[in-house]
Design a protein around this ligand. Structure first.
Ligand SMILES: C[S@@+](CC[C@H](N)C(=O)[O-])C[C@H]1O[C@@H](n2cnc3c(N)ncnc32)[C@H](O)[C@@H]1O
Length: 213
């Protein structure tokens, strides 16, 4: 029983890695402009939680040390390959972002794109991010979120919630991630709310910005 559950998880994780890799090009098209703007002046060492197959690596300056916190082992070969391709120093950690294996106030920038929908405990993750950031350090985020309450899109998200969770390796369609970030105690939070124009309608509402400790 246990071994068949583990096998199902392995298959789901492997499928998620393949899917992410397959849609990397289209993510570059829809998110590229925003990502380029915020990833332009990153420090020499950055922490990225849930980097997946390395969709963000093309935006990092060659030589950057990327501490990549990625619990899905099926993503790791893709990450190693992307790091080589973009000449990055990869420091890969298999832990979950709920407990970052990093010293308090040790880092200048943490990045999360499309991750807070998937983590088990978003409040704990954002609190960990804030813990490891130095004062003045930046948390750069791009996340899909819940639609405006009582709209047709919100009803669609509620209807698809369970199916989406299973199909996309724990992705929750209707998280109020903006509340989590705003309530985390950052000194300053910039937040751009926008709707993505793509075929992925259930995940179209997004937030994007920088929270400064
Ligand atoms: C939808 S993918 C996004 C991948 C990548 N950030 C991107 O923008 O393409 C979500 C990622 O979060 C990772 N993830 C899920 N739970 C996590 C956790 N608790 N801590 C860190 N990463 C997690 C998944 O393994 C996956 O790589």
């Amino acid at each position: 029983m246990l071994s068949s559950i583990m096998k199902t998880n392995d298959i789901r994780e492997a499928l998620m890695a393949r899917l992410l890799r397959a849609i990397e090009g289209s993510m570059h098209v829809v998110y590229g402009q925003r990502k380029r703007a915020v990833f332009r002046d990153l420090p020499a060492t950055i922490v990225e939680i849930g980097p997946g197959t390395g969709a963000n690596m093309r935006y990092y300056a060659p030589g950057t040390r990327v501490i990549a916190v990625e619990p899905n082992p099926a993503m790791h070969p893709y990450l190693r390959k992307a790091a080589r391709r973009y000449s990055l120093q990869l420091d890969l950690r298999s832990t979950k972002a709920e407990h970052l294996d990093l010293v308090t106030e040790s880092t200048e920038a943490v990045i999360s794109t499309l991750v807070l929908c998937s983590v088990d405990d978003p409040e704990q993750v954002v609190s960990e991010i804030r813990r490891v950031l130095k004062p003045g350090g930046r948390f750069i985020y791009l996340e899909h979120v819940a639609a405006v309450k009582d709209t047709a899109l919100a009803r669609m998200q509620d209807f698809l919630y369970r199916l989406w969770l299973v199909l996309f390796d724990g992705c929750r369609l209707n998280r109020h991630t903006w509340t989590t970030i705003n309530a985390a105690g950052f000194q300053q939070v910039s937040m751009d709310c926008f709707k993505l124009k793509s075929a992925w309608v259930p995940v179209s509402p997004h937030i994007f910005g920088v929270a400064v400790k």
